[in-house]
Write a protein that binds this ligand. Structure first.
Ligand SMILES: NC(=O)C1=CN([C@@H]2O[C@H](COP(=O)(O)OP(=O)(O)OC[C@H]3O[C@@H](n4cnc5c(N)ncnc54)[C@H](O)[C@@H]3O)[C@@H](O)[C@H]2O)C=CC1
Ligand SMILES: O=C1[C@@H](O)[C@H](O)[C@@H](O)[C@H](O)[C@H]1O
Length: 336
């Protein structure tokens, strides 16, 4: 079956997902587009999906009779309303992170999906599909022994002026929040945030870098450096320290060069390139499940837990290094 897809939000990642549905993946066809900036939707139609209809609003797109499944790739603050509308229409929905910008919003989605009685939502936590993280999970299971510490870093070369301090959590750390919980098969119990002096390139409304320290139920201590004006590249690091040994996330493949008396490896600069294959695999997974009228992969529950943790981390940003407790509710059986 070919899944007929509608895309809400045709900016950076919406356009990139449209490209992969058209050029890379099997089983999906884009039939509908919408963006509050109509010219972006028109550009995607012209370049990628010439047969797609353009709708005035996300709600109209979701209600369209020929839309089988929905991609929500608009700004984070708009995700909740479209995911809820997709669930109400009984249509599978792939939602980019964050599932919702507050834990309360994510909870409403969990409740709606649970009441519907079948999984319909996949959250865009693509790192779970990255071959490096999959290998790291395997290494934890087979080689390192039980994890004790995790050292991680999430570095972006630069961010716009509109990126402010809490976004380091909601927009950036949220990937580590999800993938580390999945890697460790664990949940968080507390968060702390520490700041060194501000980097010279940080904007006026941004503390950068930040170090978030998370503690898990099993007693693992995690430190994550978030540095979004690191300048030199897009760099994702993760090291697990276990009872028997250490495992590190592999670097992306890069040609090693000997040039001008230097040994060199290029470092990527763009998230689109760093996780290009992971995005392909996650969306293929979505298309496969959507063909059967359901969803797989990272769930609304995972999006909800990430939102609870994000909220605690944002509170910790204001707590002068003091720990903020994180309490997880009971998981509904739909997500076991
Ligand atoms: N998984 C990942 O690694 C990544 C995820 N994202 C997430 O994807 C989402 C979009 O991010 P970007 O594409 O970078 O932003 P963007 O600003 O490039 O694109 C978002 C688009 O949504 C449109 N839009 C906003 N509100 C809308 C609404 N109510 N209805 C229809 N269109 C609407 C905007 O006009 C814009 O064209 C964000 O939630 C972001 O966190 C973004 C980049 C990477
Ligand atoms: O999701 C993403 C962006 O929205 C975010 O702004 C970046 O910090 C992340 O590295 C990227 O993966």
């Amino acid at each position: 079956m070919t899944v007929r897809i509608g895309i809400i939000g045709t900016g950076a990642i919406g356009r990139d997902h449209a490209r992969r549905i058209k050029q890379v993946l099997a089983g999906g066809r884009i039939v509908a587009l919408t963006d509050v900036n109509r010219s972006l939707a028109r550009a995607v139609r012209a370049d990628i999906a010439p047969d797609a209809a353009i709708y005035a609003t996300g709600e109209e797109l979701i209600a369209a009779g020929d839309v089988d499944a929905v991609l929500v790739t608009s700004w984070g603050a708009t995700h909740e309303q479209y995911v809820l509308a997709s669930i109400a229409a009984g249509k599978p929905c792939f939602c980019e992170k964050p599932l919702a910008t507050t834990a309360e919003g994510a909870k409403r989605i969990v409740e709606a999906e649970t009441a519907f009685g079948r999984r319909l939502v996949q959250v865009g936590f693509m790192r779970r599909y990255d071959a490096g993280y999959v290998a790291l999970k395997e290494a934890i299971a087979r080689h390192t022994g039980a994890p004790i510490l995790v050292h991680a870093a999430h570095r972006n070369p630069s961010v716009p002026e509109a990126y402010v301090t809490p976004m380091a959590i909601h927009d950036t750390l949220i990937h580590e929040i999800d993938v580390l919980r999945w890697l460790l098969d664990d949940d968080y119990v507390s968060a702390r945030v520490h700041y060194p002096r501000n980097a010279a390139r940080a904007h006026a409304k941004l503390r950068d870098p930040q170090v978030v320290v998370l503690e898990t139920r099993k007693g693992v201590l995690i430190d994550v450096e978030i540095f979004v004006n690191c300048h030199y590249g897009y760099d994702i690091q993760c090291e697990i320290v276990g009872e028997d040994g250490i495992a590190r996330l592999p670097e992306p493949m890069a040609i090693e060069m000997r040039l001008g008396a230097k040994l060199q490896n290029a470092i990527l600069t763009d998230w689109k390139d760093r996780f290009v294959v992971a995005y392909d695999v996650e969306l293929q997974d979505f298309l496969k499940a959507a063909a059967g009228g359901t969803a797989a992969g990272p769930s609304s529950w995972d999006g909800y837990v990430a939102a609870i943790t994000s909220d605690a981390c944002v509170a910790a940003q204001e707590s002068a290094g003091a720990a903020v407790a994180i309490t997880m509710p009971d998981k509904p059986s739909l997500y076991s």
